[in-house]
Design a binder for this molecule. Structure first.
Ligand code: PHE
Length: 467
């Protein structure tokens, strides 16, 4: 079964790089989608913004806005048979479209990919450091101030951050340098099932704790008064980030997909798996937080300050704490390799580099750029580079904001408009290999032409100008 889609597909050039199996592709793509965002951002957003109603809106935003764009992105990658820039160039020639699209989608995605990876890998480094701390039992009996101190001590030290950031990139490079099939695919089919297993263990453990009921209510009760327009738009933004769309990684992964793969069906699987992991992460985290009478704080605080206190108090805390941080490492690593691959494929294609050289260059550039994020927590923590424009925030804040709110949404909008309006119905039906009058194709077209663009524009305007 594993080799049913091996290289020599009829009508496909024999020297194309392709995934060796559908399962391998699915694990790699779900790996890209399931990341830090699922584990530290989604549960908190849901809990604070109305619980069940947020979950419901998030699922709708995923299905109606993010999923249609994911389908389009994978489709464009497969049709253009390359990463974002080269794929768009090929598609423009094939379809006689304007060159503007290469700028918006191709270059926009590349810049976003490099920027995202520069800070994502710094946080990936934190997850590595915390895994070691958990194994060494450093959380045993720590209290709130001790835990906050441990975290501050780490981020205050640029050398420590640089080292772990470097280690995280090095791990990603070791996988990517092996190639699509032997590196990315092979590691994904091990890491993703492992991630599901660890998550299952944590959820089962959480279900036995006294805080489970409260955690469940926090996440699922309909708390309409906590839901707002702001929460609605946060759901759209989060759905985009969560599915890894708008950054070219899915386009690059799509370029290795065989003609026989059903892009719509696999995209739906990716979206469902990603959403399930986000919800299960909430069910693993909040019961533990409530059991130890802690507060469900946001993002890094929740993951790196609050949870270690709980692990330090529970029986078997070394085991569960280690399991949790291993979960984060796996989630971060499988996401970062998809972005690194986007950069590597770009360099290999445009600068004629071999995979080894391209990987070394990409890793080094990302590490170097990541120093801006590293220093944002220490030596440059009070430097606000855009203060003269009235924008306060460190380099890290600005890069994070640019990537999640400007680039992802902008490139995502470009993909939706290109696939929905610039290409004809006939062409896209051909690319997707579906019947023009099939229900799913008609539904997808409505979403990608109308619903997704409106959702993206509203979220974008709100995030950039009104919040
Ligand atoms: N989807 C990842 C997460 O939820 C983030 C990501 C975005 C990864 C874009 C790759 C590309 O953490």
């Amino acid at each position: 079964m594993l080799n049913e889609n091996k290289k020599s597909q009829p009508g496909e050039s024999p020297n194309l790089t392709l995934w060796s199996s559908k399962f391998g592709f699915l694990m790699a793509a779900i790996g890209s989608a399931v990341g830090l965002g699922n584990i530290w951002r989604f549960p908190y957003l849901a809990g604070q913004n109305g619980g069940g109603i947020f979950v419901l809106v998030y699922v709708l935003a995923t299905l109606l806005v993010a999923l249609p764009v994911l389908i389009a992105e994978l489709m464009l990658g497969r049709a253009g048979r390359a990463g974002p820039v080269a794929a768009m160039r090929a598609l423009i020639v094939q379809n006689g479209s304007s060159r503007v699209w290469t700028g918006i989608i191709g270059w926009g995605a590349m810049v976003a990919a490099v920027l995202l990876l520069s800070y994502y890998s710094v946080i990936g480094g934190w997850t590595l450091k915390y895994t070691f701390s958990a194994i060494l039992g450093l959380f045993t009996h720590i209290d709130q101030s001790h835990s906050a101190h441990l975290f501050q001590e780490m981020v205050n030290n640029p050398w420590v951050l640089m080292a772990y950031h470097g280690l995280f990139i090095l791990l990603s490079m070791l996988i990517v340098v092996g190639g699509v099939e032997k590196g990315i695919e092979k590691s994904a089919v091990i890491m993703m099932p492992l991630l599901f297993l660890v998550l299952a263990i944590l959820v089962i453990y959480a279900a036995t704790t006294p805080g489970f009921a409260r955690g469940w209510h926090f996440l699922f009760d309909f708390n309409v008064k906590n839901f707002s327009m702001r929460a609605f738009l946060a759901a759209i933004g989060q759905a985009f980030f969560a599915l890894s769309v708008g950054i070219g990684a899915m386009m690059t992964y799509g370029s290795y997909l065989t003609k026989s793969a059903d892009v719509m069906a696999v995209s739906l699987k990716i979206a469902l798996a990603d959403t399930l992991v986000a919800i299960l992460a909430g069910l693993a985290i909040f019961p533990i937080v409530f059991t130890y009478a802690l507060a469900p704080t946001e993002g890094p605080g929740l993951t790196f300050v609050t949870l270690p206190i709980a692990f330090g108090q529970m029986t078997g805390g070394i085991f569960f704490g280690t399991a949790f941080f291993v979960l984060l490492v796996l989630a971060a690593l499988t996401s970062s390799i998809s972005v690194l691959e986007t950069f590597v494929a770009f360099l290999a294609h445009h600068f004629n580099m071999g995979r080894f050289v391209a990987t070394v260059v990409s890793g080094f550039v990302v590490w170097l750029l990541g120093l801006l994020t590293v220093f944002s927590f220490n030596i440059l923590s009070s430097f606000h580079p855009l203060e003269f424009l009235g924008i306060t925030g460190t380099f890290f804040n600005i890069i994070d904001f640019l990537v999640s709110n400007v680039f992802l949404l902008g490139v995502g909008l470009g993909i939706a408009v290109y696939a929905g309006w610039a290409l004809t119905q006939q062409v896209v039906a051909g690319y997707l290999d579906v019947h023009e009058r099939s229900i799913r194709f008609v539904l997808w077209r409505v979403c990608v032409r109308v619903i997704a663009p409106i959702g993206i524009v509203v979220a974008f305007v709100f995030e950039c100008f009104l919040s």
